[in-house]
Design a protein around this ligand. Sequence first.
Ligand SMILES: [Zn+2]
Ligand SMILES: [Zn+2]
Length: 105
Amino acid sequence: MNSTRGVFSNLFGARDSSTCEVCGNHYDKCLKIRIDGKLHVFDCFECAIHALAPACAHCGCRIIGHGMEANGNFFCCAYCATQFGVEGFQDRMKLGLNDEERRTE
Ligand SMILES: [Zn+2]
Ligand SMILES: [Zn+2]
């Protein structure tokens, strides 16, 4: 098995496939994420998010859900998008609200 592992290490460059590229932790069950043909290795989702998740153009928080994109900027929610001058997004549909809830808005 060692020789096979050696071949893969060479294919993917000097990086060890069991070493997190963010914190350097060695872990035998690392996450491997390929983006645009480049392999990224992380020991946990936290490190993967730190390295890969886009930041909201308004508040700077990491976008780990679907997020929103407009004019090349990413936003965590419709509110942040509107603060950036982007219109047309909605955070939630006003469906299923009863009259009592509707009156409080
Ligand atoms: Zn890590
Ligand atoms: Zn935001």
